[in-house]
Write a protein that binds this ligand. Sequence first.
Ligand code: LMR
Length: 397
Amino acid sequence: HFATVEMAPGDPILGLTEAYLADPRPNKVNLGVGIYVDEHGRIPLLRAVREVEQALAAEAKPRGYLPIDGLAAYDALSQQLLFGADSPLLAAGRVATAQTIGGSGALRVGADLLKKVLPKARIAISSPSWENHRVVFGNAGFEVIDYRYYDPSTHGLDFAGMLEDLGRLEPGTVVLLHACCHNPTGVDPDAQQWQQVVDLVKARDLLPFVDIAYQGFDQGIDADATAIRLFAASGIDAFVVASSYSKSFSLYGERVGALSMVGADRDEAARLRAKIKQTIRANYSSPATHGGALVAGVLGSAELRAMWEAELAEMRERIHAMRAGLVEKLAVHGAPQFGFIQQQAGMFSYSGLSRAQVDRLREEYGIYALGTGRICVAALNRGNLDVVAQAVAAVSR
Ligand code: LMR
């Protein structure tokens, strides 16, 4: 039966982690996958999360199935984080939210659902985008088209190109937008530019699908949700949000995400909720209990939420410090051309390194980066900063 199955290529991100793990060199550094590690090179287990986890362990609750759309408290608290606690959309009951298996689960459920209800729509994604966006929407049956986004000559946003391409899309086209900390480039529109994007999307009758996987990793919880808040205030009657707690709660393997769909009114949102549940049931039936309980436990307690916000701020500030530190060290090692890394936001930087330079980094120095030149600056710390800067400077000569 399986004799004709061909070898599939390795995943460009998770496949690189496999190679990194197999590398015996003790000083290796993984700047590939988007995982935040602390000053000691470890993935943090946040104190607020630990408190909830200990309470849960003491309770020793049975593990029945969650509802198809997850924990009700998780869904409600997620909505408040995304749209703002005083959001008129929430008050009007216009948002349907379901807990999903990570942000990827939210994307896939959203993609499957949209394909069913809008079978002719195409989706436009930024050039470049997270590699898996194309794959998820492509596998859901979408034709994927690109819009201009990144300008390699400035290492910044090609805003004119972005507006021009979005302005040419057919009405009804789904537009995937990264709310903050754009993956892979680290380049985001500012608030004014977001307003222009929102105005254009509304005028052209496009359907925004906002992916927010790094809320709180650049400027803060509310500031990083600017795109969502502006769409909410714009008066458009439909948009979609896929969100993730992998990074902001450091709960990668717990697979905690959410899909939120905004409808024109309460009745439309109720129908969207039913559709989301139908789609989840056909995909993986219902989400997992543990991660959802951790997030809901933290967000539902004023004290733990404050603790989490402080820990999130710590992660954000450490990333900013690592960006500054890398730029400084690169200059010391004779590569002053990387100043733009400090302007970029979030976990990632499009370094401008070529595939050949990335290969040299891996082969000669045991430093792993994506073939596109994307590096995860959140994996840097005082212990590896100098080694990385020296190696990047060396391959850039
Ligand atoms: C990344 O881009 O490295 C992360 O979002 C992890 C992943 O699933 O690819």
